[in-house]
Design a protein. Sequence first.
Length: 136
Amino acid sequence: MSEPPELRITRRAVPTSAAAMRHALRAFLTALEWEEDAILDIVTAVGEALANAIEHAYEDATEEAREVTLYARAAGDGLLSAEVRDCGRFIERARRPGRGFGLRIVRSIASDVSLETKDGTSVRMLFDTRKMHKAL
């Protein structure tokens, strides 16, 4: 029995890394021949988690200490688990007009989302492509 396909990328937590990681995720999902609408939604949600990690996790860290990891694992039944992890600090922020939609977007797309803030921040997402876009 073969292992499920997976993708693991660790990059410096800088804005250009988010785009490269989103492109790698898109290529991974395209190679699995998943539906384009599901790919767009998954890349959007994971991209929001990546943007949050890059923008917020390392406000007080040295440049060398900034890393973000994307891990994704596909199951043959249309499920994808994805995790975005950083080693920075999670900071609760006051609401600001026009900001703070990242996790809401993630939660609206993913079937399940969990957030762990011990030893960095980990956003774990489960996507079920069998249920995506069925209501349309």
